[in-house]
Design a protein around this ligand. Structure first.
Ligand code: PMP
Length: 308
């Protein structure tokens, strides 16, 4: 394998083997193995940070404008000053994709409040830390999952009251996803104290009711406003689908005509069983498949001239 020399921080993409991943860390492009942040980084100490995950299709970022909108909202909600304006941030994102020569996969972007001696309260002037990585993902695996559909389990939602902020503090989400995997499921749908589904541990939850209406929980601090959720809602409304942003319970989901989930990496993914109970005939629903197609046909990718 050809590895770029440590000093080759600006080597052209053509000289970098796609297997030697390049990370972006506070202004520098570095081989992943050399990418480091301080142990005093508040992201490490307190999960005091925010993040975004953006899909890459054919080498282009998907819905980058909406991801950056949300990043700005998360930063504002936590009083984190973004280390870079939107336009240069987007340029770095694109440059990192180019250097990694990834066609299909994802870009991970994390901003922590910065580095300071460990203390809960933070200094007024702190330079936020920015880290980005890009990872390739086999397209076929996602397609096979979408064709077969996935199983989900339900669990109590144990998260805090500001789930609308895309914070790196993900412990309840991590434990829920792990429980799902150990139960042989792909995702855990989280259930609030009133018995209503909030969302998945890393995705938004949807059902199609008996009348064929698309139902997903309304936006509030109880859920993350998914970028895919938002784009799909807009596309569905435009295409004349009946849509209701409202709560639904687990029994309602079990009796639904169809169920699915959305996320930046999974797009529109059919759910075929919840807590071991088949949804309808236990196969991906036809309306879900049509929606997945609608999303793929209108993939919100940046144009050459820029985003939105
Ligand atoms: N909810 C949670 C808790 C998530 O982590 C994610 C993934 N970011 C989503 C919903 C889906 O959001 P998006 O479509 O922006 O990926």
């Amino acid at each position: 394998m050809i590895r770029p020399a440590p000093s080759a921080r600006i080597a052209p993409a053509s000289r970098i083997a796609p297997t030697s991943r390049i990370a972006y860390v506070n202004g520098r492009y570095l081989p992943l193995r050399d990418a480091r942040v301080s142990i005093d980084d508040r992201g490490y100490q307190f999960a005091d940070g925010i993040y975004e995950v953006c899909a890459l299709v054919d080498g282009l970022l998907v819905d980058a404008g909406r991801h950056l909108d949300r990043l700005e909202r998360s930063a504002a909600a936590l009083g984190i000053v973004l280390p870079m304006a939107r336009r240069p941030l987007l340029l770095v994102m694109r440059e990192l994709v180019r250097r990694n020569a990834v066609q299909h996969g994802l870009l991970y972007l994390q901003i922590s409040r910065g580095t300071a001696p460990r203390e809960h309260a933070f200094p007024a002037t702190l330079q936020a830390a920015l880290v980005m990585t890009v990872r390739a993902q086999a397209r076929a695996a996602g397609e096979a999952r979408a064709a077969a559909g996935v199983r989900v389990i339900t669990l109590a939602d144990q998260r805090w009251a500001r789930c609308d902020i895309k914070s790196t503090a993900l412990l309840p989400n991590v434990l829920a996803k792990q429980a799902a995997r150990e139960a042989g499921a792909y995702e855990a749908w989280l259930v609030d104290r009133d018995g209503a589904v909030t969302e998945g541990s890393s995705s938004n939850a949807w059902i199609v009711d008996a009348a064929g209406t698309l139902v997903t929980r309304e936006r509030s601090p109880a859920i993350l406003g998914g970028v895919t959720r938002e784009t799909l809602l807009a596309l569905a409304l435009q295409a004349g689908w009946a849509v209701a942003e409202r709560r639904f319970t687990v029994p309602e989901a079990l009796a639904a005509r169809e169920a699915f989930l959305t996320s930046a990496t999974a797009f529109v993914l059919p759910v075929v069983a919840i807590d071991g109970v088949k949804i309808a005939d236990g196969r991906p629903g036809t309306l879900t498949q049509r929606l997945a197609q609608l999303y793929r046909d209108n993939l919100p990718q940046e144009r050459a001239a820029g985003v939105r």
